[in-house]
Design a protein around this ligand. Structure first.
Ligand code: ADP
Ligand code: MG
Length: 191
């Protein structure tokens, strides 16, 4: 991915996060503490502010700045997790295939959060999205499908695990925001 594409991706992701801020917090209310929209909106606003007017040599440099902003400006689980994801993507070579870059991000999410597939976290979106991308089959429909599928999962990691069975029937907020990230990626046209 080149610098322009990385910047366009972050711009579109930010727009979606700001648009869906209230809905993200609404999703986080029955199974969490209702702060996911606020967390992500604050983090991405800081990212956009800091990206402005800077020159970057590679997409890795863009991701590094995104990571630092998310790590320092976002509380809760999602700041360190998304911060780690972008740190992982920054470590991938700028010439890597897109799926390899995203896999480096997912590896860091898992390293930090220790969640496996099926525990109702963003890992349940990142994993199938990367698989679909590798197969040349990533579409908006697939993204919506995997995000919605988190509804039926029982949370066993993160704050949502505290409500046990009551986590069933609700979309995972971090999975929804990850869906926005990948929808934004498709819209940049890099896939
Ligand atoms: P907090 O849970 O601290 O209030 P947020 O509400 O901002 O933080 O983010 C919650 C989201 O973080 C969840 O919806 C889930 O997708 C993600 N999450 C929580 N714990 C983990 C984990 N261990 N691994 C991966 N993702 C996680
Ligand atoms: Mg929360």
């Amino acid at each position: 991915m080149n610098v322009e594409q990385a910047l366009e991706w972050m711009k579109l992701f930010n727009e979606k996060i700001q648009e869906q801020k209230d809905y993200l917090s609404e999703l986080d209310t029955p199974i969490g503490d209702g702060d996911h929209g606020g967390n992500m909106a604050r983090g991405m606003a800081a990212v956009m502010e800091n990206l402005e007017g800077k020159q970057f040599e590679t997409s890795s440099d863009v991701f590094k700045l995104v990571s630092m902003q998310l790590l320092s400006k976002v509380g809760g689980a999602s700041g360190p997790l998304y911060g780690s994801a972008f740190m992982g993507m920054a470590k991938a070579d700028s010439h890597s295939k897109l799926e390899e870059t995203l896999q480096s991000g997912l590896d860091m999410i898992v390293k930090r959060g220790k969640a496996e597939v099926g525990e109702k976290t963003m890992v349940d979106v990142w994993t199938p999205v990367i698989a679909a991308l590798s197969a040349g089959q990533l579409t908006h429909e697939i993204i919506d499908e995997v995000v919605n599928a988190t509804k039926d999962l029982l949370a066993t990691k993160g704050r949502a695990s505290y409500v046990g069975e009551r986590s069933l029937g609700h979309i995972d907020p971090g999975s929804f925001s990850s869906g926005l990230l990948f929808t934004a990626l498709l819209e940049t046209g890099v896939v």
